[in-house]
Design a protein around this ligand. Structure first.
Ligand SMILES: Cc1ncc(COP(=O)(O)O)c(C=O)c1O
Length: 391
């Protein structure tokens, strides 16, 4: 895969403490359809590479800077500002960066938002919302986690349509996953909760991939490693009143209000992940923002759905047509042996990361915001050729 290893022995004179010669090798890269961690833009990777050694001409790399010093003040400030600009996030919504992945938020959301004895609605649309249900129940055993839609009964092939879900009156919130990463379904519009019940959204696999209607949401969260950077952090975007008023006293690291009060720096934050997020936000703004991301994501997904729909049943999508994801396209071939063959031959053709999630099987092409359309064109051509050879 690589033309030449980028690594040289640590004893080489190129690596002195006060002078480092970076590697100037041309490195061949292939298309990476992984569901996450996922593809990042080459220009952001190159900037991160430079900044590892020396960020902002300080003579110190981003991994080595204290999180309390001015350089990191700049990095964090830029990341917060560009996140707000990119997402067009209203001023009465707060942004915090918290350590850990989206799975941590499954418990923290329940701890911060559901009072004892209250109910929260959790439509189950897939693996991730199912995990969120389990974690919320464990986190607040005194509350009721109601499941007004059980997608498992339908093999998770769709999200609830009008009338299919009866929300709980007076629920503290309705938690939903806007884009279901594994089965490749999504809510084209946010679900309808009971009157007065706000929405809480796991947008991990599509954040900034289309504009968001913030006013319908009390809180939106997403892990970094798919659409805006690297693993190790989440962004939480929440209405000020919600974040400022946790329903119970919590240890500081569990409390969104404490993270907000400490400016996302209660302790040492994931400094590299925050810097990567800042660069990704800026990259997306320069590309044209969330509307441009949406246009591109729709176009990339359409190329793959065209091959599925035109294959005469050789490829079968996992999602119903009306709720297909524009980011994760999941499908099966005629039999499991062909799934394996497809994934193997695709890797040989430099199209990697296509094997489906262990819970759904089959093939999954994840095409997040940073994935160029050329990758989808290459995959579509491969699918056509594969179907011609094995169909
Ligand atoms: C929609 C969704 N939610 C949550 C998660 C879990 O994220 P993490 O691994 O950061 O905990 C994922 C990971 O793929 C996801 O796709």
């Amino acid at each position: 895969m690589f033309l030449e290893s980028a690594f040289k022995p640590f004893t080489t004179p190129r690596f002195q403490h006060d002078q480092i010669m970076t590697t100037q090798l041309k490195t061949k890269r292939i298309w990476n359809f992984s569901a996450g961690p996922a593809t990042m833009p080459p220009e952001v990777l190159a900037q991160l590479g430079d900044d590892l050694i020396n960020v902002d001409s300080t003579g110190i790399g981003i991994l080595e800077h204290s999180h309390r010093m001015p350089t990191f003040d700049r990095v964090l400030g830029d990341a917060l500002d560009s996140c707000r600009q990119l997402g067009e996030i209203p001023n009465d919504y707060e942004i915090i960066f918290v350590p850990g992945g989206a799975t941590v938020q499954f418990s923290l959301i329940a701890l911060n938002l559901i009072p004892d004895g209250a109910t929260a609605d959790y439509p189950d649309t897939e693996v991730w919302s199912a995990k969120a249900i389990i974690e919320a129940r464990d986190a607040v055993p005194t509350a009721t986690i109601a499941v007004p839609f059980e997608g498992k009964k339908f093999h998770y092939d769709h999200v609830p349509v009008a009338g299919e879900m009866i929300p709980t009156p007076g629920a503290a919130y309705m938690h939903y996953c806007s884009n279901n990463t594994v089965h490749g379904t999504r809510f084209h519009l946010p679900p309808t909760a009971a009157p007065g019940t706000p929405l809480v959204c796991d947008a991990s696999s599509e954040i900034f991939g289309r504009p968001m209607d913030w006013k319908k949401h009390a809180l939106v969260y997403a892990a970094g490693q798919k659409n805006f950077g690297v693993a190790g952090m989440c962004v939480i975007i929440a209405h000020r009143e919600v974040i400022r008023k946790p329903v119970r006293k919590l240890p500081s690291m569990f409390s969104y209000a404490s993270h907000l009060d400490a400016g996302s720096r209660i302790n040492t934050p994931p400094t590299f992940a925050i810097h990567a997020a800042g660069l990704m936000f800026r990259w997306m703004i320069e590309q044209g923002g969330t509307r441009e991301m949406e246009k591109r994501n729709d176009a990339k997904a359409a190329l793959i759905y065209k091959e599925i729909d035109g294959s005469g049943g050789f490829y079968r999508g996992l999602s119903r047509l009306e709720c297909r994801s524009a980011i994760n396209v999941s499908f099966r071939l005629k039999n499991e042996n062909l799934d394996q063959k497809f994934a193997q031959e695709a890797t040989d053709a430099e199209l990697d990361g296509l094997i489906g999630h262990r819970d759904a099987g089959g093939i999954r092409a994840s095409m997040y915001n940073a994935m160029p359309i050329k990758a989808s064109e290459a995959l579509a051509a491969f699918m056509r050729d594969f179907a011609r050879r094995y169909g």
